[in-house]
Ligand binder design. Sequence first.
Ligand code: HEC
Length: 115
Amino acid sequence: MLKKTFIHFAEVTRAVACVSALVFVSGLASVASANDEVGKQLFLKGATPACAICHTLDAAGAAGAVGPSLTELQPDAARVLNALKNGIGQMPAYTSLTPEQMQILSEYVAKASRE
Ligand code: HEC
């Protein structure tokens, strides 16, 4: 599990890797909250095109207005995952993300939309 998580760190931005590594070293946060940070960075810039361009998500400081506000929609993880896998309307499918990245991002959006 830890090993897999570190592979994700390599795939997202360097800044995230540093923050997440610090979190691990400090031992203060669980893997779940490290995943939250990875999910947030995927939302803001890791996924291409970035979700934040089109969606508002208050918890991530995103204010896109092309798609629905996720803070208002509060989709569950399965609904986010479906949009990522298949695309919906003007939103493209995110085939460049690994299944694990899609999972982390979906869980993050579901959780962050309720914050
Ligand atoms: C190019 C703009 C664009 C980008 C980028 C984009 N979306 Fe969307 N998204 C939309 C639009 C438009 C809709 C509404 C589609 C419809 O209902 O016809 C939507 C719908 C959704 C929905 C609701 C799906 C449903 O079942 O109603 C979710 C969840 C979502 N997007 C998440 C994301 C996430 C996560 C990302 C980043 C990986 C992302 N979007 C990137 C435009 C975008």
